[in-house]
Design a protein. Structure first.
Length: 326
């Protein structure tokens, strides 16, 4: 492994030219490290793993084996985008594992947030290990470790959920963007030709929608959460807010509220909109979103998402409220 200390003279990657020079340098390093061996990568569809995948495909092609695990807690269209970009466009050696039912069955009736996180993270490791053991000739494990991970944790990037793989697999790490900051990773991603929606993907918790479907996860509330989140993202995009607001998403709590639909009493869920601006995620403010935009989002959610009778906007800054609800 190369030194994990960023050289003082290393230029910030801020232009396509600098990104291309970095890519060429890393392609050469990866080829020298890997040789003719195979590399395994857990491809979540997030910025870091996607950029690493695209970079390694350029360097070693089919020697890279990507595994995308759909645990049923992805946002709408995310797994489909991974398949479209990496399998169809980049011709990646991609294994798609749909284990949504397995995860949702394990989570049935579990309402304690930390237990939900442990189930999701632990089961992800099990699934990834199962897929790894089916493969032959894997010598290396690629990870989307970036420089803040090294500075903050001094270890394996935990949110990729592969740090817990059994030692007998004995993989050597390949971490080509380990000395880059997040903004630099995005520049490299654009230079590699990844779509803007993937390069600018918002921070997304490791447990996915599992921590936004509050309490015990049910399939109907999860569906309402996924659809309402998609509407929010679409309307924020139309209003030009996608790059102005740091993070935004919806939450569906595990209780119902009285409403009226088609002249009859309804007893359905509320949808909570959460939007925040922050520099370091330690503190956060709530943006003042134009009332017309909020009304459009509200009308669409109430008309298009089954089982919902209220839409709320969370005005709580951090502190006191955390960014995520769970």
């Amino acid at each position: 492994m190369a030194n994990n200390v960023r050289p003082a003279e290393m230029k910030r990657i801020s232009t396509p030219e600098l990104a291309e020079a970095f890519i060429q340098e890393q392609v050469a390093e990866v080829r020298a490290q890997v040789g003719d061996k195979k590399v395994l990568l857990a491809l979540s569809g997030g910025v870091d793993s996607s950029v690493v995948a695209a970079l390694l495909i350029r360097a070693i092609g089919k020697q890279l084996v990507c595994v995308h695990v759909n645990h049923g807690l992805m946002r709408k269209g995310e797994s489909e985008q991974v398949l479209a970009v990496f399998r169809d466009q980049l011709d990646a050696n991609l294994i798609y594992v749909d284990v949504a039912d397995r995860f949702l069955d394990l989570l049935a009736g579990v309402d304690e947030p930390e237990r939900k996180r442990k189930i999701i993270g632990g089961e992800f490791i099990k699934v990834f290990e199962e897929e790894a053991r089916k493969l032959e000739g894997i010598t290396f494990l690629a990870q989307g470790t970036i420089y803040p991970d090294i500075l903050e944790s001094d270890g394996v990037k935990a949110h990729h959920n592969v740090g817990g793989l059994p030692e007998d697999l004995n993989f050597e790490l390949v971490e080509p963007v380990r000395l880059l900051f997040k903004d630099e990773v995005r520049v490299v991603g654009r230079a590699l030709g990844l779509p803007e929606s993937m390069v600018e993907r918002q921070p997304f918790p490791g447990p996915g929608l599992g921590v936004r479907c509050l309490g015990a996860i049910t399939r109907d509330r999860l569906a309402a959460l996924r659809e309402s989140d998609a509407i929010l993202r679409e309307e924020f995009g139309r209003a030009g807010l996608s790059k102005q607001v740091w993070q935004f998403f919806t939450v569906v709590p595990d209780f119902r509220s009285t409403g009226v639909r088609d002249g009859k009493r309804a007893f359905d869920w509320p949808v909570i909109i959460r939007a925040v601006n922050t520099v370091d995620a330690m503190t956060a403010t709530v943006p003042e979103v134009d009332w017309t935009v909020l009304k459009t989002i509200t009308n669409r959610i109430l008309a298009e998402v089954p089982g919902v009778c209220r839409v709320l906007y969370d005005l709580t800054p951090k502190p006191v409220g955390t960014i995520e609800w769970e």
